[in-house]
Design a protein around this ligand. Structure first.
Ligand SMILES: [Fe+2]
Length: 325
């Protein structure tokens, strides 16, 4: 059956992040109207899951290209014919590398990816889930005092985990210098503005963010530890359990993820494609907050639980304030 916008069903799966898209066949082409429904759900729910999609890599690439131009990862092994395609194929002889750490993909770039898409090919019998966190909700859950404090800050991002891929011989050192020239440490705002929703996002991650610009080393480390911990709050998370032919796409501008390394030495194989992003914009509490309050966001009103409705820390802080503490 041909795809049509009328058949698309968006089923929310997480309180703050994650929806399943039903009524779509990714082995068939998508017209613009159908894609618009998917794209709107993608920005709103930040993570989309498509079950039972027996696509080949060409079809995966075609679908990903609907979201934008694809990018090539500088460090990951990829397909010779199709460099946009990264094959994660991990087993006893090839343990997974450096993905069991909360991160957004490739924030060491000046223009980090817009989105990443995975297609499940070989799934371990037990384990191998991917966890996601909404960094929109993670930001919303901060106290107003912390929001004020981090407003306007910038942080330095670096490809630090990939340095371990280079040896100490002369050739490896020269290769590393090549990458250092090409991907120097880069500044991104600590609070970014989502280019479509306009919402603020907490944009620091423990894999690539190394320092808050202009802060003392200890101050920076303490603040970053606290901000990194926001992604660990279960209320902001969604845990995805893989099956063969599940396709997942996440908004890399507003989420972080963590690949759970509990399946070794079983095999897990996923194909990944990445969609190019653009410069990370800074969120301004004075200008941008007003525009969201005035409902100028291009997104329609959504009856689901709003981001940040669950604010245990803020509620406690309010009660303490009221009690005069
Ligand atoms: Fe990743």
């Amino acid at each position: 059956m041909a795809n049509s916008a009328a058949n698309v069903k968006v089923v929310q799966r997480g309180a703050h992040i994650g929806a399943e898209i039903q009524g779509v066949d990714l082995t068939q082409s998508l017209d613009d109207e159908t894609f618009k429904v998917i794209e709107a759900a993608f920005v709103e729910h930040e993570l989309l899951v498509f079950l039972n999609q027996p696509i080949n890599s060409e079809q995966q690439i075609d679908f990903a290209k609907k979201f934008g131009e694809l990018s090539i990862h500088p460090f990951s092994p990829n397909s010779d014919d199709t460099p946009e395609l990264i094959m994660f194929d991990n087993d006893a002889d090839n343990p997974p590398f450096s993905t069991d750490c909360w991160h957004s993909d490739e924030t060491f770039r000046a223009d980090p990816p817009l989105a990443t898409m995975l297609h499940g090919l070989v799934i371990p019998e037990v384990g191998g889930d991917t966890m996601f966190a909404s960094m929109t909700s993670a930001y919303e859950g901060l106290s107003d005092r912390m929001k004020n404090f981090i407003s306007g800050l910038e942080a330095i991002h670096d490809f630090k985990p990939f340095r371990a891929l280079f040896g100490s011989d002369e050739k490896s050192k020269a290769d590393l210098r090549y990458y250092e020239d090409r991907y120097p440490p880069i500044l991104h705002p600590v609070v970014s503005k989502h280019p479509v929703s306009g919402k603020p996002v907490l944009f620091v991650n423990p894999q690539f963010t190394i320092k808050i610009n202009g802060m003392d080393e200890v101050e920076s480390r303490n603040l970053l530890t606290q901000l990194f911990d926001q992604a660990k709050i279960p209320e902001y998370q969604f845990r995805h359990h893989w099956a063969v032919d599940t396709v997942v796409i996440w908004d890399n501008r507003s989420t972080q993820h963590y690949a759970v390394h509990d399946y070794f030495p079983q095999r897990r194989k996923l194909d990944r494609v990445t969609i190019k992003g653009s410069k990370i914009l800074a969120y301004s509490e004075t200008a941008d907050a007003k525009s969201i309050q005035n409902n100028k966001s291009p997104l329609p009103d959504n009856p689901k639980i709003k981001h940040g409705d669950h604010k245990p820390k803020r509620e406690l802080e309010r009660q303490l304030d009221e009690a005069g503490n």
